[in-house]
Write a protein of this length. Structure first.
Length: 150
């Protein structure tokens, strides 16, 4: 039996050596390479205006038809004013709620313009071009509406 005990001891010693090697490899993996910290430059801090989260509005599809994109409308965006075509039966309160829910901005004022239908001719055929209702919405200073996604 003495011979068998000798072989067992060798196995135990070999297992301990393997464990030490594994620990050394694990230490090498765990150690992170030293990296110099990057100096951060202080940029001027802009005052952030809180923006409300956008909601899925029930009113918006019944009120807003589409954004009205013209040269004049794009010039008005400099003054924080945006133009939308709206359905004929909508009013200022509905338009305000729809814009606030859909775009998550604060509406300062709403102006509504009824564009009348116009008579048109094509040769002898007379007809009418449709009229529509448009709303000019003024938004709180510093907030924007992305009318055309880029």
């Amino acid at each position: 039996m003495a011979l068998l005990d000798i072989f067992r001891k060798k196995k135990k010693v070999e297992e301990k050596k393997k464990e030490k090697k594994v620990k050394k490899i694990a230490k090498k993996i765990v150690e992170k390479p030293k990296v110099k910290p990057v100096k951060k430059t202080k940029a001027p801090v802009k005052a952030k205006i809180p923006v409300r989260p956008k909601k899925i509005s029930e009113v918006a599809p019944r009120v807003l038809e589409k954004p009205h994109v013209t040269e004049k409308a794009t010039d008005l965006t400099k003054n924080n004013q945006y133009v939308f075509k709206v359905f004929p039966r909508s009013n200022k309160k509905e338009i305000t709620k729809a814009i606030e829910d859909l775009y998550g901005v604060d509406v300062v004022s709403v102006k509504i313009v009824n564009i009348p239908r116009k008579a048109r001719r094509l040769g002898r055929v007379e007809g009418w071009r449709k009229g529509y209702k448009k709303a000019i919405i003024k938004v709180k200073e510093g907030q924007k509406i992305e009318v055309l996604p880029r």
